[in-house]
Design a protein around this ligand. Sequence first.
Ligand code: ADP
Ligand code: G6P
Length: 541
Amino acid sequence: HGQEKKAGCMSRLIIVSNRLPMSLQAQEDGSYTLHQNVGGLATAIGPYHRSHKDSLWIGWSGIDPQKYSEKELAGIRQAYRESRCIPIFLSKEELNGYYAGFSNNTLWPLFHDFSHEAVFRQEDWEMYRKVNMRFAQVVEPLIRKGDTIWIQDYHLMLLPKMLRERYPDASIGWFLHVPFPSAEIFRSLPWSREILEGVLGANLIGFHTVDFSASFLASLHRLLPELPVNQDGVVEMPDGHRAAIDAFPIGIDYNLYRRTAHSSLARAMRRGIDEVCGKSPRHRYRTSVTAEGVAANEATASDANWWSHYMKEDIPESTLAKQAASSVGSRSNKVIVSVDRLDYTKGLPERLQAFGRMLDKYPEWVGHVTYYLLATPSREVVESYQRLKAQVDQLVGEINGRYSLLAWTPIHYITRSLSIKPVCGIYTAGDVALVTPLRDGMNLVAKEYLACHDGRDGTLVLSDMCGAADELTDAFIVNPYDIDMVCEALHNALEITPEESKRRNIRMQARLKVRTAANWCTSFLDSLRQVSAPGMTDRRL
Ligand code: ADP
Ligand code: G6P
């Protein structure tokens, strides 16, 4: 608390999100180390928090308090405090109703246009309200005159109003990291008015795109028509505070990704992947796997025999002949990459189908393109995520079973969570990044891939259903539901010349270099200061 006291006299930034940006890992000596969490929110705001000593972050620790003694919990609090984080511990019951239930089984699917997955349960809603109140109780005693409070995401949509009631003049911002749905979808939520009123406790309400702000305004008109909204999207609230609505497209720490791509670990990963995929000389023999078999070495001969023997029934003779005609090394081997949380909004099954279809339609890629699929399980307590994991496991198995050669596996499927260096290693190894969410607020993976290919070729195939598609218009833009379209775009992206790929990237990279995560934070906070009342007069102080 020493740090908090010292900071007490200055104006501080209090960030509040469901999950803290870091998780703890216990060491053998009883100490704890902190690791950055996966997800756009942690990636974007984490570095800003680390470099701004006047900021404090309050959120769920991800830890089950029942598994630890009081002494251990005190140690955990202390470890977090050193990073200016204040952990909230939630019970199993609270997590079920608030996190797995209302946040991830109701709001998440609804906001991503997956209404059919959304579950409406009164008890989840009540727990959501209760846990938002718990957050309010933790935040309130920390607030000092002049502080700025920045609340994040769909888990905490009631918190702005709860804090506003205690601090009428506070400077409160709220940002949604996911899409905001159309008014038609949003109003199907039985508690839609309460949610809107909760958010309207903020002075500034931010979204990734103008489309999402427009959807929010449309919901306001429909559900709370009595509220006056001016032409600039500012709502005059009955208690006298003003709530502005605006778009702030989030960016990445471009230099961090550019630099990390050159770290020795990332470079070693890239070399390793190149070798495994036959891009480097050691494994060059794989490029000579043809139907007739160019008997350059044993491996080639056995692969070719295997190939002819097992695949002949499925692949037309003409195609086999075409393959045989391609001489050794004429097609350079390629790597496709993707990095996601295992989430049904990311379109993983559709993407895998498109990859499988490409191997079917363009069999010249068989043996020559390898897909590195990094997909870390997420929200495993939620049933829809368990189903998705089973579906992806099965599809990967099917494609690998159907197309593998003795010395080539089409998909390398990694479900471990990797830290930034190996993730950048995967990005840099990718000739093509396949980023095809069915719906996504922004999608930072697309931006990170481009930063890792700074000044280089490397082709982005990007879904038009994410916020990033508004900015990254030089990518191969696809409808992620259209399997044929993704299959064609993937094939074209693999065939593109390095010059053309580089030319497309330069324009997108120029934009990403300027619109960084740090600039995004500053721009949101500057706007918040402008729209908030000049000084915070806490009635209780
Ligand atoms: P979301 O916020 O929905 O997860 P984004 O693409 O906006 O999607 O952000 C994901 C962030 O998490 C990126 O910074 C990405 O590097 C990181 N990430 C996603 N999946 C993984 C993974 N499997 N392993 C490591 N980091 C990941
Ligand atoms: C998305 C959400 C974040 C969330 C992250 C990871 O990025 O917008 O709020 O933290 O996914 O999800 P999780 O449920 O593991 O926190």
